[in-house]
Each structure stands twice: as C-alpha cells, then as structure tokens.
Design a protein around this ligand. Structure first.
Ligand code: HEM
Ligand code: HEM
Ligand code: FE2
Length: 477
C-alpha cells in the first residue's frame, strides 16, 4: 500500500529521501493516536488492558511517538525544500539514505522494547538498554548515541548543500536553527540523580525545542511554502522570518523560567519566567497576522489582475498552513498564556489544563504544518501543477481539527474542576486529588476527550486515505 505514494516522478534525490521520512512519520502518527485512545479509555475504565498494556506504557509511547514522528516529518520537510531553495541537487545524500535506515531500525527496536519490557528495576543497564525515564525523550542511551550520529549525517547533508548552493535567507535561518535544534538534544542525554538538576536540563530540550527552535523551524517552512504556493514575495516573508527569529529567541529562551517555578530552582525564576513567557505570544501573533495578511494580499493582487480562479497551487497544503496560523496562536499563544504566570500556575500546574494546552499547542503549531508539507511532497511526487483538495482532504482537515479542539475544550473543563476543587477548595492534598478525580465535571470532560479522540482518529483515517489517492486522482483529472 505504501509504495503507492510513489517517488519515481521525483528527479531530486533529496525529495525522494524526504518522502521516505514522511512515510514513517505518518505511520508513527497513527501509532501515537492509537496509544492515545488506549490511554483515554484507561482514564474511564482503569482495568482496561491492566497488566497487559498499562497506562504508563500507552502514555509513554503516545508522547514519544509524537516527538519522533514530528522529527521525522521535520527532517522530511527539510529534504523536500533543500534542493528547491539551494538550487543544488544535494551533497552526500547516499549517506543520508543510510542514516534513514539506521534511524528507522533503531526506532523500531526502541518501540518494541517499550512495549515488551514494561516493568523492572531502574539500573545503569536499564538506562542504556530500556529507557532513560525522561518524559517525551525516553530513548535509551544506545539509541541516543545512534540518533546523534544520524542527525550529524542529516546536518552534513543540509550544511554542505547550503554551502555549495544558493544561500537564501530562508536557508540561512534553517541551517543556523537546525544546529541549535540538534545541539539541544545533548542537554537531555546525561544522567544525574538530583531530580531538580535533571529537570533543569530536561527542559532545555523540551521547552527550547517547542518554544524556540521548532517555532523558528516552522517559520522557515511557512516562508518557503508561501513563496511556492501563492507566489508571496521573498523579501517580505524573509523580513518577517528574521523578526520572528529575533523575537522567538528573545522571549523563548528566558521564557523557560515558567518551568522553573516549582522544581527546586531559585525563586528569581518566578519573575523572569513570568515576564518573558508572557511575551512569548507576541511573535506568535506576528506570525499569525503575517501568514494571513500575506495570503490575503497575494489573493487581492491576483484578483486585481483579473486572473481566473484560485492562485493557490496546492489547496490541502495551504489549508493546513492556515490552520497552523490559527492553531499556533490558540494552542501556544492563548492556552499557553492562560497558565504562564506563577500566580495562576500555582493552581493549574500539572492539571488536565496542562494537557489541554499540550494537545492544542503540539497539534496547532506542528502537526498541521507538517501534514501540509506531506501534501507538498505528494504534489511533487506526482508532478501535478495544481493540487486541489478532495472530499477526503476536507474531511481529514475538518475531523482532525474538530477532534483536537474538542479534546482541548473537554480537558480544559476537567482541568478547571481540578483547579477549583482539588487546588482551591481542598488545598491540593493527596485526598483532594482523588475527590476531584471522581466528581462529575471531571469525568464528563474525560469522557468527551475520549469521544473527540475517536473523531480525531476517523479524521486520521481520511488523511491516510487521501495521501494515498490524491496524487493519482489529480493526475487523472
Ligand atoms: C508550540 C509551542 C508550545 C508547545 C508545543 C507546548 C507544549 C507544552 C506541553 C506538552 C507542556 C506539558 C509539559 C509536561 O509534560 O509537563 C507544556 C507546559 C507548559 N506550557 Fe507550553 N507549549 C508551547 C508554547 C507555550 C507558550 C507560548 C506558553 C506561554 C505563553 C506556554 C506555557 C506553558 C506552561 C506555563 C507550561 C507548564 C504547565 C504546568 O505547570 O503544568 N507554552 N507546554
Ligand atoms: C486520538 C486522539 C488522542 C487521544 C485520545 C489522546 C489521549 C491522551 C492521553 C490520555 C494522554 C495522557 C494524559 C495524562 O497523563 O493525563 C495524552 C497525553 C498527551 N498527548 Fe494525546 N491524545 C490524542 C491525540 C494527540 C495529538 C494529536 C497530540 C499532538 C499533536 C497529542 C499530544 C499529547 C501530549 C503532548 C501529551 C502530554 C500532555 C501532558 O502531559 O501535559 N495527543 N494524550
Ligand atoms: Fe515552556
């Protein structure tokens, strides 16, 4: 079935490699959703798959698969745009292909180990062979080292191609940002038995990824895509890209303080975290306005020239990018800002509210645009001039977005019940936690999360179906 996403029309080796990464990404995305559904059912029926496939395992695979599929899709997107931006066919891509297979074999082994070795002692050996126990990036150390080697190969491909090819602003940001993104992974690799120190460094990976380097990364993707899809002016999108880089790094780096409120780090982080993290939504708003403004302007110009029909050369990619602009703003900007001041966070910390934000932010800021890039890959692979959205594309976009928004709202309601009852009224005791978990508002939120999770999954089925068929269908049309 997967060979039907063909690559033989692609003349660029880099783009072929990009498509290989996309295929694995979409499989892992499916696995992520299935694990989420299992974990969601376990919230409602704690005995479900007990001791066969425990909540701890389902949750862990859910969020690790999330990070890994996004990294795959990010590498895939980079290879997709590399040749087109630099005008060079790519340096060392044979090595890049080898890296792909090594990484994919390692990921498969790691996931199988997670699933089959569920409990056991935490020793030096389990750190090397089973997992490191750091939320989101639990790969054991042998795999960590493998990941670093493969990423170095990937970076060599990108950097060497950049040096030989044309050095556009987009590529310059891409090359510099990827170095920071890859380098940060190292902060999550060493072990200390002081939990505060461990968390301190762990946040360097998670926060500085999603709130700094990944945001800049999707900024470069949006800039690239807007030029390709609607003929946006390069000077304009690049100017915004540079402003975003400046603002994201400014607010994102010290904004990390919002994770240092309660882990045993000094209290000055309260002020630093409050101020800088509260500024974080500013670049997100700029990005949001930028994408919509540019798009509207280009539309207007085209209409003014009396050009017939749409000027968008790839409907599904454009739709997902617009969803990205809204999603990033809502999930990271609004839902993030809600709980980022220490005065608020002392009540919301670690409740379902956090999970609501986590879902909408990861989805809105990253899943959307990465899915959009997959459609861009399909357009190239089938060599179609204008890729129009099909009924399936629309169902996929609608159901996935509606599902994730629904889950977010449901979790926000559960989270507020926790804040009110568990934290506010009963004072955050052990007993208060269990009382709050059993009240109707909490349980209803958890039930609706599961229902909306099913909606999301149906949307995913449409997405895969569409990705497998849209290329051929539009070639015939
Ligand atoms: C796309 C960007 C973002 C993503 C993907 C993201 C994702 C997440 C996730 C998954 C968590 C939970 C971490 C855990 O397991 O403990 C989290 C926590 C948090 N995020 Fe974000 N976030 C983003 C941007 C933001 C922004 C811009 C803000 C502030 C304006 C923010 C504020 C927070 C806060 C305060 C917490 C801690 C919650 C707690 O204390 O329980 N996030 N974020
Ligand atoms: C079928 C749809 C999904 C279901 C049923 C689902 C369910 C769940 C469940 C039950 C958890 C554990 C929450 C906890 O420990 O309290 C979780 C965590 C998480 N999921 Fe999902 N999920 C789904 C889709 C997604 C998607 C599409 C994304 C992002 C693109 C995502 C990102 C996350 C994140 C970041 C966490 C950790 C949140 C935190 O600890 O704050 N999930 N999910
Ligand atoms: Fe953060």
């Amino acid at each position: 079935m997967l060979t039907s996403i063909k690559t033989h029309n692609l003349t660029s080796e880099g783009q072929k490699l990009g498509m290989m990464y996309f295929r694995v990404a979409i499989i892992l995305f499916g696995a992520q959703l299935l694990m989420g559904l299992i974990a969601a059912i376990q919230f409602l029926a704690p005995g479900f798959l007990f001791e066969l496939f425990d909540f701890s395992v389902a949750r862990m695979v859910h969020i690790n698969a999330l990070v890994v599929w996004m990294l795959y899709a990010m590498i895939g997107s980079t290879y997709m745009m590399l040749t087109e931006e630099t005008g060079h066919e790519g340096v060392g891509l044979g090595l890049g292909k080898l890296g792909f297979w090594v990484l994919t074999a390692a990921v498969t082994v790691v996931v199988l180990v997670y699933i089959f070795v569920q409990v056991g002692a935490g020793t030096e050996a389990s750190l090397w062979l089973i997992h490191e126990g750091r939320e989101y990036i639990e790969a054991p150390r042998w795999a960590d080292i493998g990941i670093v080697v493969v990423v170095l190969i990937f970076y060599f491909n990108v950097f060497a191609t950049y040096m030989k090819g044309e050095k556009t602003g987009i590529m310059t940001v891409m090359v510099a940002n990827l170095l920071a993104l890859a380098g940060l992974y190292l902060a999550g690799m060493f072990y200390t038995d002081n939990i505060s120190m461990d968390q301190f460094w762990w946040w360097w990976v998670i926060h500085l990824w999603v709130e700094a380097t990944w945001e800049v990364f999707v900024g470069t993707l949006a800039a690239f895509a807007l030029i390709r899809l609607v003929g946006a002016k390069r000077e304009i999108v690049e100017m915004w890209l540079w402003i975003e880089v400046l603002m994201l790094f400014g607010s994102g780096i010290l904004g990390m303080g919002h994770h240092y409120f309660w882990i045993g780090t000094p209290e000055y982080w309260w002020e630093i975290g409050a101020l800088f993290s509260a500024l974080e939504p500013v670049p997100l708003i700029a990005m949001f306005v930028h994408v919509l403004y540019d798009w509207g302007k280009e539309q207007g110009i085209a209409e003014g020239k009396g050009e017939a029909g749409s000027v968008i050369t790839n409907g599904p990619t454009m739709a997902w990018i617009v969803t990205n602009a809204f999603g990033n703003f809502l999930g990271a900007g609004i839902w993030g800002f809600f709980h980022t001041l220490p005065q608020v966070n002392i009540y919301t910390h670690g409740t379902q509210f956090t999970s609501a934000h986590g879902h909408l932010a990861f989805f809105g800021a990253y899943a959307t645009i990465l899915i959009g890039m997959m459609y861009y890959g399909i357009q190239k692979a089938y060599d179609v001039k204008i890729l129009k959205a099909t009924f399936k594309s629309k169902m996929a976009l609608f159901l996935i977005t509606f599902g994730v928004l629904g889950m977010t709202i449901a979790l926000t309601i559960s989270g507020y019940e926790q804040v009110m009852v568990e934290r506010g009224e009963l004072g955050a005791t052990w007993n208060a936690f269990f009382i709050a978990q059993n009240l109707p508002w909490f349980i209803q939120g958890i039930l609706w999360r599961a229902i909306m999770g099913v909606v999301t999954f149906i949307g995913f089925v449409y997405l895969v179906w569409d990705l497998l068929t849209i290329g051929k269908a539009s070639q015939e049309a």
